[in-house]
Write a protein that binds this ligand. Sequence first.
Ligand code: FES
Ligand SMILES: [Fe+2]
Length: 452
Amino acid sequence: MTVTHERYAESALVSKDRYVSREWLGKEYERLWPNVWQMACRLEQIPNSGDFYEYQIGRQSILVVREDEDTIRAFHNACPHRATRICSGTGNTETELRCPFHGWAWNLDGSVLEIPDADDFAPESLSRKEIRLSPVHVGVWGGFVFVTTAEEPEPLLEFLGPVVDGLAPFEVDKMRLIRFRTTVMDCNWKVGLAAFNEAYHVEATHGWDLSGYASGRIPKLAERPDLRDAQGRTPGAYQFSYEAFETHNKMRNVPESYVASPTFGSLGDPKTIALQMIEMNRSIGLAHQDDVDYVDAMVDVPADVPSQVFMTDVRRKVGAAGGVDYSHLADEDMLSAIDYCVYPNLVGPISAGNWILFRFRPNGDDPDTCFFDVMFLHRFGDGETVPAVEHEFYPRWQDHDGWGPIIGQDLANMGHVQAGLHQTSFTGLRLNRQEMGVRNFEKFVDRHVLGA
Ligand code: FES
Ligand SMILES: [Fe+2]
């Protein structure tokens, strides 16, 4: 069910305890996380039989295992003997899972393979059913492995709902992971998610277009009257549409903004703008041969065609030359981004061939910090080599300088939000229509945590 914008022009404050209270965090672990599908990893992170990936949420560790080409399994990561975590991190376990402590072993489907000195146990304590690995539900969509510890979950595709059809033209199953970074943010996981779940902040935080990147500074709002429309509205108001679905939500550049977008504003001809975009992508580790080819293909830049129309056309042609068909993507989705917020913890902009996907997870029992995972996904053309991905981990987000200017600006806000939430004078969030995704999201958090 899609809801209208109007419903979200609400005045009720969103309570702040959800972001700062240890008790609230404890209830999320109890009531929210066990009852949702969570994206654990990409299929390409476990390409071979015996590959495993450990996904952690709070104190829970879920072991995702590839049994064979077509079968992915997931288990609670605790040995039924004396609870030892069976596998940590990622790796390959060949044909069996074996506990390092006393050597109990299971087949990749979780059935018991070997119990050393089984005769020394009381027979009734070795019920085969109870000592098999405790299974966790697995679902695969778009090349992602999702898991849920719910006993009887709704099917994954039903849980994802409109996200499935909405993202179908982007063929995310054919994308591949090219960068994977994790860091610790100085904010609650929901504060981090919300920062990417609205476009109201974009003018003030990012200066909206590439001019900030080009000049190395964010222009003051007063210097950029051209960003506003005739009614004085910011781009977040006039350039985006917002939709809240049951559970998830989405923001998107409206088709009319395609030709008149300030994103492509005043920087000059398409080739100059494309070079800026590529430079910006490079700074976050996201520039590929097809992005570069795309600039090289701009041989005759017409004076009378809007930049983004010309660039879109070139992008499609370069894609087609590499065997990637972008003809089914809407024009306004080729270079600009759609942002889906997939409940409870995924959000990120997707455009032709690239998806920057952010995932937020709580950090232990600390409501004031969270894990921030960034996955860069890219659609490769024929014959291109997909690079191996090393997982990068930065214990503090400030210790890494490769976030790029735009994401870096978003991250810099988060600690200040968290600090302000603790101020006694602050009682709750006031949200506008452009922030309806945040309100919608928090309603579902309420539903899980409070049963509201
Ligand atoms: S704890 Fe795993 S075999 Fe003993
Ligand atoms: Fe942002």
